[in-house]
Write a protein that binds this ligand. Structure first.
Ligand SMILES: O=C(CO)COP(=O)(O)O
Length: 249
């Protein structure tokens, strides 16, 4: 059976005090009302990982990073190796987010290399794919996603795929459940084409303006295993509403 997964991507938000408070609120609520059977991951900025790791140890909330390098170590000023993340107790890593593709020249090939390195270090890669508004308008959404799947996911991939239409990120305009359903069906078909049997069980998340109001309708889509949440993950109440909106399957 597929384990649902809700991932909070804090992006470039969080100083020591507010991060610790946010985690404290999450843990207190989850102690009162556990979300048994749902994997919950928060991905704060690198600077918070070492501080939050002890707070999260032994709790139902796992710790993720927002990027990593593809090399184990070496002359890469300002970069973080996968093994440095596991060393802190990090278990997941977001790779190929559209904001990194946009701001840092991240391309499918580097995402793939990072996914290999992350898995080798014992991290679960969460690889992001999704079309821009221009690609959508010009009818290239599926081609784009198809290429991203081929290019970003390495052989033997066992991580998580996050479908995040770029136009839906941070806009308050989530894709409609019908659109998500048809795109996820396309992604599933591509995964099966690329990976055979194992492509049938890889988890697919949706991300892009998921909030407390729309989470239930998105998470009810049969092949959507969870959500990658940006803005709403900074508000414990909203994030918890999304966690609790996971349907029993
Ligand atoms: O990019 C996202 C998560 O990775 C989505 O961000 P928002 O939920 O703020 O739209």
């Amino acid at each position: 059976m597929t384990t649902p997964i809700i991932v909070g991507n804090w992006k470039m938000n969080g100083l020591s005090a507010d991060s610790a408070d946010r985690v404290k609120s999450l843990l207190a609520a989850l102690a009162e009302r556990p979300a048994t059977g749902t994997e919950i991951v928060i991905c704060p900025p690198f600077t918070q990982l070492g501080l939050l790791a002890p707070q999260l140890k032994g709790t139902p909330v796992a710790l993720g990073a927002q990027n990593c390098h593809m090399d184990e170590k070496g002359a890469h000023t300002g970069d973080i190796a996968p093994g440095m993340l596991t060393d802190l107790g990090v278990s997941h890593v977001i790779l190929g987010h559209s904001e990194r593709r946009r701001d840092h020249g991240e391309v499918d090939e580097t995402v793939r290399e990072k996914a290999v390195a992350a898995a080798k270090a014992g991290l679960t890669p969460i690889v992001c794919i999704g079309e821009t508004e221009d690609q959508r308008q010009s009818g290239e959404a599926q081609d784009t996603i198809g290429w991203q799947i081929k290019g970003s996911l390495p052989d033997g991939f066992t991580g998580v795929v996050a479908y995040e239409p770029v136009w839906a990120i941070g806009t308050g305009l989530a894709a409609t459940p019908d659109d998500i359903k048809s795109t996820v069906a396309f992604i599933r078909a591509e995964l099966v084409r690329q990976f055979g049997e194992s492509g049938k069980t890889l988890r697919i998340l949706y991300g892009g303006s998921v909030d407390a109001g729309n989470a239930a309708s998105i998470l009810a889509i049969p092949d959507v295993a969870g959500a990658l949440v940006g803005g709403a993950s900074l508000k414990p109440d909203a994030f918890l509403s999304i966690v609790y909106a996971v349907p029993a399957r």
